[in-house]
Design a protein around this ligand. Structure first.
Ligand code: DSN
Length: 422
């Protein structure tokens, strides 16, 4: 089959980049915990003629004509999202997770208001108020941390004390590098005590929530959830805001995303979100979500067997944060490069209170969503973990690395990416 024939004829440079990436993904294992492989149906929706359409506004109240099909597809996405997460409102227009969070802040806060969120070095996200973001020019961010880095325990008493002192308007839960489940009931109680909105950024675990493999923060009374639609949810790259039972908050979220922050929504992307949500509503998706956790546990066991320190002592979700510098004497950056050479892609990551620079930190972060989509079970996941540890332990043994690269290639062939074109 000729791949991307029109791009090939028209634009050789772009054709090379696209086909190169197709091949890279097909022949290597993706362990970055925020990445995944979408289905062929999601890819088709993303490539549809909906990309040609401007649709400022919301279904039934747009600024331009010709909205018969955009209204239909956005409504499908909204209704499916609500059903998936037990929400009463969904805004599916955020272009990504950052605009979803920024829109949420602008909807709920006034300039100068305070947000209490998780420290970046303890697993939080840049948009949770890291000083490098412009958000800190407008809002005030204070932070909470893990009380015990070896167990992942959060100090909720301390959080309550800080909340009472700082009076945040948003108590923000959620993370991009925290491997345990939070105590949602405690979050909501503290938020209620100080009169703050309770918001959870579920970007990393949205697929696990949708697949009922982990708890749903809405069941504990959270006001708002923000998320991306890729990651564990396995849709196109994009964002979304969900709320429950508070029409006033819902209105604020719609106003904040459009016209507050964004212009025309990406309708091809919203169609792809709708397709992804349809997939996530299927019983098969629940099996996938649970397998992600089983696979992560299988990898955790191997790292524990080799006495590699894991932040929070292991994992209760899809990701693991390993202190490779402390345990194996290789920095996160070198580990990332070396594992890339054997066909395993993951990312270097700061560990809690890391003394090394973020560009060459002590840790690596990896996870199981993408390999689970490929069909990996515990056995294959454990084998990959073995290859990882052995490679890192023998960092100069080129022969061993070549053998590992071949084994990864064989695994990739045996478990192809479902929607790959190569
Ligand atoms: N970049 C995403 C991640 O890898 O976790 C979060 O934005």
């Amino acid at each position: 089959m000729e791949l991307f024939p029109h791009i090939k004829r028209q634009d050789t440079a772009v054709y090379r980049a696209i086909t190169g990436e197709e091949k890279r993904q097909a022949e290597g294992l993706e362990l970055i915990p925020s990445e995944n492989y979408v289905s062929r149906a999601v890819r088709e929706a993303n490539a549809s003629s909906l990309t040609n359409k401007y649709s400022e506004g919301y279904p039934g109240r747009r600024y331009y004509g010709g909205q018969e099909y955009t209204d239909a597809v956005e409504t499908i996405a909204i209704e499916r999202a609500k059903k998936l997460f037990g929400a009463t409102f969904a805004n599916v227009q955020p272009h990504a997770g950052a605009p979803a969070n920024i829109g949420m802040y602008f909807g709920l806060l006034e300039p100068g208001d305070t947000v209490l969120g998780m420290d970046l070095s303890h697993g939080g996200h840049l948009t949770h108020g890291h000083p490098v973001t412009y958000l800190t020019k407008i809002f005030r961010f204070v932070r909470y941390k893990m009380k015990n880095v070896e167990t992942g325990e959060i100090d909720y008493d301390e959080m309550r004390k800080v909340a009472k002192k700082e009076k945040p308007k948003i108590l923000l839960a959620g993370y991009s590098a925290y491997p345990r489940e939070l105590d949602y009931a405690k979050f909501v109680k503290i938020a209620e005590e100080v009169g703050a909105y309770s918001v959870m950024d579920v970007a990393h675990i949205a697929g696990l929530i949708a697949g009922k493999a982990v708890k749903n923060p809405f069941d504990y009374g959270f006001d708002v959830m923000t998320t991306t639609t890729h990651k564990t949810l396995r849709g196109p790259r994009g964002g979304m805001i969900l709320t429950r039972e508070n029409a006033d908050i819902a209105k604020k979220m719609d106003k904040a995303i459009f016209p507050g922050l964004q212009g025309g929504p990406l309708m091809h992307n919203i169609a792809a979100k709708a397709v992804c949500f349809g997939e996530a509503l299927s019983p098969k998706f629940r099996v996938y979500a649970k397998q992600i956790l089983k696979n992560a546990k299988a990898m955790e066991k191997v790292f524990a067997k080799h006495s590699v320190r894991m932040i929070a002592g292991g994992t209760s979700n899809h990701l693991i944060l390993a202190d490779v510098y402390g345990s194996l004497g290789i920095s996160g950056k070198d580990a990332e490069t070396l594992l890339d050479e054997v066909g395993i892609t993951l990312n270097k990551n700061s560990i809690a209170d890391d003394t090394r620079s973020p560009m060459d930190p002590s840790g690596i972060r990896f996870g199981t969503p993408a390999i689970t989509t490929r069909g990996f079970k515990e056995k294959e996941s454990a084998r990959v973990a073995e290859i990882m540890v052995e490679t890192l332990k023998h960092k100069t043994d080129k022969k061993r690395h070549r053998v590992a690269r071949e084994e990864i290639r064989r695994l990739c062939k045996k478990f192809p990416i479902p929607a790959s074109f190569v």
